[in-house]
Design a binder for this molecule. Structure first.
Ligand code: HEM
Length: 488
């Protein structure tokens, strides 16, 4: 191309860009976008949005934006123009309209590390197929027949290592519990065995990358995590090959089930296993650590829990059984209130990533097609106008809810229009019932056998993933030997 040709091309390109830019601007001027600020060029407001803050609050950024612009505002986050919603009605509307008006849309870096077949990033038919497999594996029938026993076994495995008058890193213990449970349930890995411990070590490196900035340079946490990801995938592949070689496809775990019953490719199975390990381990361990943290600050709740669980343990002893039954689990009513309150105040998952598939109008505001949409579920859970003294740990608020549900025939103690710790709509958490079971059984043995206080001050911080910077060190006193209550 001659010099003139290059100049002509550049002018043409600039004019075209200006025309498109003006068209977009005109379109956006004609739309009634929510108020807000788009922040700095390129960066937008992402840095301020992600700045760490106490997990029982919504952080300064959200507070200031809501008071300035209201519960629905526009911004520029994660590299895209975004509508942020702290509005209970809009959040529900977004989740209920998954696949129609909105669609799951996590940042590309999440897909890079969890895999392109991960359930968190899949949409459409492929998501539906993977979801059916997960729901099948986490069904109520399996919880009753299989998982209840497994959860109790893994609880006792962890708690039996807690010695009287010692200091324990509660966050690590919670992670150990949920990791061992998922590793056994997914791939029949036994707790404490060398291969399980090796996988756990790789998994810790992997997790650090999931929550770090997606910078793929030598020495970064993200690069190390990608390396760990491929080691973990090789491990899963080896397990899969072993099964097929030894004709053990019918092993009673998720890997056995998918190998035998699904048409998924090897690559898809590996991403499914990895994403379930991630979804099922990380979230419930944080929830459990939060429960331990909130309860040490609320002795009246611990006392009431102890009474509830002593009664259950006494009745169990009379039956001569050593393991908890489903009926006994269902009697843990106040425990369910503690779990709901922990999830409301601690907000393990604070916001979800969606994008608008069409131009949507809500409460007079326009949400343009293609924009990112962030339903901030934590902001609703901590909304003073919806929850009385929202910053306060008060499990009894759910008892009132339970009574209302009993009189209306609703079965879920926490069915409340504003309470969405497990998301909602077609992507509602597939493991919500397992998570509650894990927390309830752990709390059962914890309150029956231990007293605990904070050994050092620590608090839950939203990074925005929730973490205890010091690992939640607690001083424990055992007040009865575990074996006495559970049999030898
Ligand atoms: C307290 C613990 C947990 C919390 C707070 C939690 C929260 C959530 C939330 C909010 C979502 C929706 C994500 C979205 O819509 O973008 C989700 C999805 C999911 N969760 Fe959980 N979760 C927990 C425990 C578990 C457990 C124990 C499992 C078991 C494997 C699990 C498996 C899943 C799966 C497979 C999905 C994807 C569902 C889909 O896309 O259809 N979760 N979880």
């Amino acid at each position: 191309m001659s010099d003139f040709g290059t100049l002509e091309f550049a002018l043409f390109f600039i004019s075209l860009s200006l025309i498109i830019y003006n068209l977009c601007r005109r379109k956006h001027y004609s739309l009634n976008l929510p108020p807000g600020s788009m922040g700095w060029p390129f960066l937008g407001e992402t840095i301020a949005y992600l700045k760490p803050y106490p997990a029982t609050t919504i952080g300064k950024y959200m507070e200031q934006h809501i008071s300035r612009y209201g519960k629905i505002y526009k911004s520029h986050l994660f590299g895209e123009p975004t509508i942020v919603s702290a509005d209970a009605g809009l959040n529900r509307f977004i989740l209920q309209n998954e696949g129609k008006l909105f669609e799951c849309s996590y940042p590309r870096s999440i897909g890079g590390i969890l895999g392109k077949w991960s359930m968190l990033v899949l949409v459409g038919d492929m998501h539906r197929d993977m979801r059916v497999i997960s729901l099948n594996f986490l069904s109520n029938a399996r919880l009753k027949s299989h998982l209840l026993r497994e959860v109790e076994k893994h609880t006792l495995f962890v708690l039996s290592s807690w010695t009287h008058n010692s200091v324990i890193c509660a966050q690590d213990e919670a992670k150990k519990f949920t990791f061992n449970l998922m590793a056994e349930h997914i791939m029949s890995l036994q707790p404490g065995k060398l291969e399980t411990e090796q996988l756990k070590t790789e998994y810790i490196t992997f997790m650090k990358g999931v929550v770090s900035a997606p910078l793929n340079f030598p020495g970064t946490a993200y690069r190390r995590a990608l390396k760990s990801r491929s080691i973990i995938l090789k491990f899963i592949e080896r397990k899969m090959d072993e099964r097929i070689r030894n004709g053990r496809e019918d092993e009673n775990d998720l890997l056995g089930w998918v190998v035998k019953n699904s048409n998924l490719s090897k690559e898809q199975i590996m991403d499914l296993v990895l994403s379930l390990l991630f979804a099922g381990h990380e979230t419930s361990s944080v929830a459990l650590a939060l429960a331990i943290y909130f309860l040490q600050g609320c002795p009246t709740a611990v006392q009431q829990l102890r009474e509830e669980h002593m009664e259950i343990a006494k009745a169990k002893k009379e039956t001569g059984k050593t393991e908890l039954s489903w009926e006994e689990y269902k009697k843990m009513e106040f425990t369910q209130c503690v779990i709901s309150e922990t999830l409301r105040l601690g907000n393990v998952v604070r916001f979800l990533h969606r994008k608008a598939l069409k131009d949507v109008r809500y409460k007079g505001y326009d949400i343009p097609c293609g924009w990112k949409v962030l339903p901030v579920i934590a902001a609703v859970h901590l909304d003073e106008s919806l929850f009385d003294q929202a910053w306060h740990f008060n499990p009894w608020r759910w008892q009132h809810q339970q009574q209302q549900n009993n009189s209306s025939g609703a079965s879920n103690p926490s069915s409340n229009n504003y309470f969405l710790p497990f998301g909602g709509g077609p992507r509602l958490c597939a493991g919500s019932e397992l998570a509650k079971l894990e927390m309830a059984l752990f709390i059962h043995h914890l309150v029956l056998n231990f007293e605990w206080t904070l050994a050092q001050s620590d608090e839950a911080v939203a990074f925005p993933f929730v973490d205890f910077p010091k690992g939640l060190p607690i001083a424990v006193k055992r007040h009865s030997p575990l074996v006495e209550e559970n049999g030898p």
